[in-house]
Write a protein that binds this ligand. Structure first.
Ligand code: NAD
Length: 336
């Protein structure tokens, strides 16, 4: 079966890492036809918006996109394209599979955690205003419907992947109504999955436990803001943003993207680590049912990491984005 996939190269290092992922996925022989479209800074001059309607229409039509990072100005300027995409396409689950890879510098060696973050509400609903000149108010939205939906996603993922435990992360001791509703809603879903252990942690204690005993955790499910923060924390436990893939999943489509941003300081210098983007492509292959092809890419990556001859500077090597990508493709052709 063949699929048409939208490829958004993105800003900064986006085009370099997107090209790497596209080349590796093509080398896996998964039957994918790419439709490339720009979003982000480059669109503003031509369309007056970083997210033109035709981009959304194309993703809706193809149902699946692989996306490079897109710059978001801080404090002023256009709103985040990433947040807009998740909202417009109802991509309600942000999912990050984070595990140790061979030879990636990390304080731990047996972390294998899936972070499932609610993607559509909480303080990220974008409802905020000034109260007079010297105070600002942001509104936190938590609904039963969205909380049950993300809870069900987390438990279905745990069942599908043979995982043993789902931990609900919250601050319901302080935000008794909003986080209390999140906790109660996910707990109610847990009753349908008696074979999977369900427990919960207050978010601050969770951060400490993740740093002390990360190997004890399996699947985490969190509201949007804590999910955003904790998913970067867990990325740090397995070697940082350069190796952290991500996925935004909805009922009818999905956008796969690395956890890292557009890293403008190293853009265009052939210095970016392509792994997070390639691993996001691996998640996409699995989502589309190309399991063997995904495993081939994973083996190619493991070979290159074990050998350490072609790795980028952030991993302690001296190779460029392109050379590391070439080495992964070469390893795949020797394996496959
Ligand atoms: P960043 O992830 O771009 O960079 C943080 C640090 O990590 C920098 O030192 C950078 O050089 C390094 N880094 C990131 N990716 C790397 C890679 N693949 N290889 C080697 N080093 C890498 O985060 P930031 O600086 O906070 O954000 C820069 C821009 O990216 C901002 O405009 C932000 O809004 C945007 N951003 C976009 C997304 C997205 O598109 N989903 C996600 C996060 C940030």
């Amino acid at each position: 079966m063949s699929f048409k996939v939208t490829l958004i190269p993105g800003d900064g290092i986006g085009p370099e890492v997107s090209s790497a992922a596209q080349r590796v996925i093509t080398a896996s022989r998964a039957e994918i036809e790419w439709e490339v479209v720009e979003a982000g800074e480059t669109c503003i001059a031509q369309y007056g918006t970083p997210l033109p309607d035709h981009v959304l229409e194309m993703i809706r039509r193809n149902k699946v996109a692989l996306k490079g990072p897109i710059t978001t100005p801080i404090g002023k300027g256009f709103r985040s394209v990433n947040v807009a995409l998740r909202k417009q396409l109802e991509l309600y689950a942000n999912v990050r599979h984070l595990r140790n890879l061979p030879n990636i510098p990390s304080k731990y060696d047996n972390v294998d955690i899936v972070v499932v973050r609610e993607n559509t509400e909480d303080l990220y609903a974008g409802i905020e205003h000034m109260v007079g000149r010297d105070a600002a108010e942001s509104i936190k939205i938590i609904t039963r419907e969205a909380s049950e939906r993300i809870g069900r996603y987390a438990f279905e993922l745990a069942r599908r992947e043979g995982r043993k435990r789902v931990t609900i992360v919250h601050k319901a001791n302080i935000m008794k109504l909003s986080d209390g509703l999140f906790l109660e809603s996910v707990r109610s879903v847990a009753r349908d999955y008696p074979e999977i252990e369900c427990d919960d942690r207050i978010v601050d204690a969770m951060c400490m436990h993740l740093v002390q005993i990360p190997e004890q955790f399996d699947v985490l499910v969190l509201p949007n803001l804590y999910g955003d923060i904790v998913s970067d924390l867990v990325a740090g436990l397995v070697g940082g943003l350069g190796v952290a893939p991500g996925a935004n999943i909805g009922e009818t489509g999905a956008v796969f993207e690395p956890a890292h941003g557009s890293a403008p300081q190293i853009a265009g210098k052939n210095l970016a680590n392509p792994l997070a983007m390639i691993l996001s492509g691996v998640e996409m292959l699995k989502y589309l049912g190309f399991v063997k092809e995904a495993q081939l890419v994973e083996k190619g990556i493991e070979h290159v990491l074990k050998q350490r001859d072609y790795i980028t500077p952030d991993l302690g090597g001296v190779s460029g984005t392109k050379e590391m990508t070439d080495a992964i493709i070469e390893a795949m052709s020797n394996i496959g």
